[in-house]
Design a protein around this ligand. Structure first.
Ligand code: C5P
Length: 237
């Protein structure tokens, strides 16, 4: 297990607000990155690809208490309660579920998780950034993505979740709607010096924190750098 001191919400050091997205296909590369980066960032995001390939053992090897497990649960309340309980038992620091699963689903998931582990943070996925107004309309949501995000963030809060994932452009609206103690996790972050990749609407790490983000998810600007440690250290330069 990679050892880090974490589990608390963001500390005063801005680097502790960074979760590195371990979007790599193999156990060895994930573990190697976690090992060299562990003292320079707040934790690691493990997504569906790595989890589906390797299972819960990769979470244990990285260190569950340093892990944001990004599985985006979405099912009937009873099923989400059962999976949330299992993730809380695994000891992850953060996991998430889709707000579009509804208030009852979020409540069932968060109650079940907290009964197992009072430290776990549960985050709602509002609207995927791959959606635009037209694709929301197809789903019967006749509103702008930004309005849907605000509405769903509030529903997440009322349903017992600790925060939401949203794009950097939505940080201020969610913060205003949901208050100072609500956690805002944002991907789409690009240090000033790095390439955009396929992210279209980006913000620098400093800007995102200044706008009110609690945690930043950064992947390729660190993991694809020739020197990931140097890139992690330079994130706020
Ligand atoms: O490499 P990059 O910094 O773009 O990685 C961002 C991470 O955040 C990836 O794991 C991606 O799947 C995730 N993410 C995102 N946009 C969202 C939700 C999650 O980029 N709206």
């Amino acid at each position: 297990m990679v050892s880090m001191n974490s589990s608390a919400p963001p500390s005063p050091s801005p680097h502790q607000s960074v979760f590195v997205a371990l979007d790599v296909p193999q156990r060895e590369s994930a573990l190697q990155l976690a090992k060299v980066l562990e003292t320079h960032v707040g934790g690691f995001k493990i997504g569906l690809e790595l989890f589906c390939s390797l299972g819960p053992s990769i979470v244990e090897e990285i260190g569950a208490q340093n892990t944001f497990l990004d599985l985006k649960l979405h099912d009937i309340p009873n099923t989400v309660a059962g999976s949330s309980r299992a993730l809380a038992r695994l000891g992850v620091q953060i996991f998430n579920m889709h707000c579009l699963g509804g208030g009852d689903m979020m409540r069932a998931g968060s109650d079940a998780a907290r009964a197992e582990n009072t430290d776990v943070k549960i985050i709602g996925v509002t609207i995927l950034t791959s959606h635009d107004a037209a694709s929301l309309y197809q789903l019967g949501l006749h509103e702008e993505p930004r309005d849907a995000v605000r509405r769903l963030a509030l529903l997440a809060r009322k349903s017992g979740l600790d925060g939401v994932v949203c794009s950097p452009q939505e940080i201020e609206a969610v913060r205003a709607e949901c208050g100072d103690d609500f956690l805002i996790v944002t991907p789409g972050i690009r240090p000033a010096s790095s390439a955009m990749g396929d992210q279209k609407r980006v913000m620098t790490p400093r800007e995102a924190l200044d706008k009110g983000a609690s945690w930043l998810v950064i992947g390729r600007p660190i993991t694809a750098a020739s020197d990931p440690v140097a890139a992690a250290k330079a994130v706020f330069d």
